[in-house]
Design a protein around this ligand. Sequence first.
Ligand code: 5GP
Length: 185
Amino acid sequence: MRGKLFIISGPSGVGKSTILKEILKDEQLVFSISTTTRKQRKGEVAGRDYVFIDAAEFEAKINQKEFLEWAKVHGHYYGTTKKWVEDILDNGRDVLLDIDVQGALNLRKILDYGVFVFIMPPSVEELRRRIKERKTETAKSLARRIVNAEGEIAKRNLYDYIVVNDILEEAILSLQELIAKARIV
Ligand code: 5GP
């Protein structure tokens, strides 16, 4: 049987990577490593978190139609490699995409499958606090991420499921439950 595709979005700082780290302990589920032109952050591993390339290389891949979807987020390119995702699904394992709202909505238009999940912060103020705490952003990029978050939150109803990350353990459990449910149908 072909694997299931899970598309997860949520604003930067919502705690998505913490949630996904737990979710990905499930060996049936494979994380799709995106390609990006943004700079590698401290603690990130190239080839595990992202494939880091420059804009010219990214644009060449767009022209060669290597991406299932791609988008420009916070001024940088991000894309999902088509062949890789399709091979895993064909091999019967499930794939998890962590992509932004533009990318997810593009996929909605071109795919007739996929489970779309939006992860919400309890409030925008709480989101601002979490991003500041992470200390990875300048004031300018923090402001940009907050504006972007508000735009993304406004589109949450276009997803199949919304999970609020207020209490981490509960958010993880909700996501695990909906993944289990999607596998039965
Ligand atoms: P970050 O720079 O914080 O790792 O990610 C910024 C945003 O880019 C997040 O919302 C993340 O979900 C999104 N993103 C990561 N990879 C992809 C991708 O391959 N495609 C799209 N459309 N968005 C992505």
